[in-house]
Design a protein around this ligand. Sequence first.
Ligand code: SF4
Length: 269
Amino acid sequence: MERERFIVGIYNYCDYWCPRCAFTRRCRNFSMGDALEREARGEPPPDDTGNAAFWNRLADTLGQAAASGRAAEWDEAVSEDDLLEPDPAWEAREESLQQAVEAHPLTHLARDYRTRVPPWLEAADADLKRVAAEMVEAARGGVGVDALTNEAHDIGEMIEVISWYHTLIPSKLNRALRGMMESGDEDLSDLLAGFRLEDANGSAKVVLIAIDRSMAAWLRLREILPDREDSILGMLALLSRMRRMLRAALPGAESFRRPGFDGEPEEDD
Ligand code: SF4
């Protein structure tokens, strides 16, 4: 059934790299984005009124409409004044939480890494072009063309991996640290604190995966660009330190089961 195909919350703990994701069909976020893009391009929705998918999507829409109807009822129960009234306690709490996240050493490491990557890639551009030219020259000789082709793909892949994850790491880390700190808030119920910690672990797991993949990419680049070994070792040291600190801060991260990616979830929405 189409309705059962979506995995609840899969997009909360993914790396947002949709073109490479094996779960696009089971991700509601992706599916909605796809529909919006079609609409923006002025394309009609697929003509599938004769199949179950159409009716299940309609059922989803009806369910959402019903939920909005209820939302309207709830809205009426809250006066405008209540909504506009600032909540100083909440604002103060948010501000101090944000300050604590900003001051955390992991935030500094992640930002340092994010700042260092783009100039590194720019500076390595000439070396990479030289490697590419050498590969083209070798291929002209007709020897080991397949191996050269694979190596060229490899280089492109490593650069893409590093480029993708260097911005994802700080943003996911921010969410992990927020959740971790919120879970220690004494004013929070045990249930809510548990949810926050769980979310922090899930976000931290995504960061750990991003770190591992980035480190693998740097190690491969180190073989290809031995002249840049020192700067690559610097990146590896930074990532390794981040990984160690994050594992210590959120020991439950590695065993967190990401819906879909770490096995079938127990129920769909
Ligand atoms: S789960 Fe996959 S398809 Fe959905 S947002 Fe994440 S990367 Fe994209």
